[in-house]
Design a protein around this ligand. Sequence first.
Ligand SMILES: Nc1ncnc2c1ncn2[C@@H]1O[C@H](COP(=O)(O)OP(=O)(O)O)[C@@H](O)[C@H]1O
Ligand SMILES: N[C@@H](CCC(=O)OP(=O)(O)O)C(=O)O
Length: 368
Amino acid sequence: MTSVARVAVAHADRMVVKVGSSSLTDKPTGLATDRLDALVEAISARRLSGRQVVLVSSGAIAAGLAPLRLRRRPRDLATQQAAASVGQSLLVHAYALSFARYGLTVGQVLLTAEDLIRRSHYRNAQRNLERLLDLGVVPIVNENDAVATAEIRFGDNDRLAALVAHVLHADALVLLSDVDGLYDGDPRRPGAQLVPQVAGADDLAGVQAGRSGSGVGTGGMASKVDAATVATSAGVHVVLASAPNAAAAMAGAQVGTWFTPTGRRLPTRLLWLKHASTPHGRLTLDAGAVAAVVERRLSLLSVGVTAVEGEFEAGDPVDVCDPAGHAVARGLVAYAADELPPLLGRATHDLSDRYRREVIHRDDLVLL
Ligand SMILES: Nc1ncnc2c1ncn2[C@@H]1O[C@H](COP(=O)(O)OP(=O)(O)O)[C@@H](O)[C@H]1O
Ligand SMILES: N[C@@H](CCC(=O)OP(=O)(O)O)C(=O)O
């Protein structure tokens, strides 16, 4: 990895650090306070050097298992929510005590997907996190597992951390796990090699990023690679390293896997549209409309739409598909599903004034 990237991380004024359940918990005792304390020591050193850190911490469900005498992560949502309710308070209490050793105050921020997907909501989350940082507090973010339902769960905190990094204009994202980086295959298999650098999709070709090996983590390596891709596509440097290497990773040392930015910052609205929204329907286009939207980046007009599926209202996210049915873009549609069928294939000048607006304005479209 070039030293430029490592210097960028070492000097990041604002950094998001995400730690997984497997790095904070021991079976059967629950929270491993020695490991939590070691992580807090590394983060506190950085914070006390004048740089801002937001911690995204998993571990609520894992920390709730032992007090509830559960031997493994429950499968049903209600027991997961119960375990998270018990575990989250233990987790944040442990962090509060540990950061207090360095005179630092923590603030708990629990988010659901909605909080980062809906514009009115993410401004709220953004305002609170900014204020906590201004006040010198270390925000500790987790998914709000106690109320999150199956459809709205992030399901993994890696993507949550990438979205938080973007919303807060962080310079770097450090993903800490129980493995010392991305391997080209399951690290439990002999011969798997550490991938030291990912500069783009080509470096991921042939890499088998699989599921969690710990039984308490949910995302596995695939979700870390997805999160790194989200963050780097928006200009954020990403390091994936093991939790014991936290200080070294934050200082830009040669540990773990380094993901270099592949794109520039998108407006937050478009980032959530691309990575966090759930499409409510699909519009199929003819070949000319695909070329207009994808290559010439024009707005989508009714004349190029051949089919509409799904139930959506004006303003909802929908997928924009080529004639073969592959999603090529996602956008905020300007019409409700039941308004569109009479407009399909018709030129804008043939329509009444009410229907002369674009089906999706180009400012509301992202390519997938
Ligand atoms: N290609 C890979 N490289 C590294 N780890 C991998 C890979 N494929 C699967 N894994 C597994 O992913 C695990 C990390 O994911 P997870 O348990 O969800 O971590 P966390 O709890 O830290 O979020 C590793 O411990 C490893 O067993
Ligand atoms: N929000 C959940 C963790 C979800 C999650 O992504 O876990 P992990 O794969 O360990 O980062 C919890 O606190 O238990």
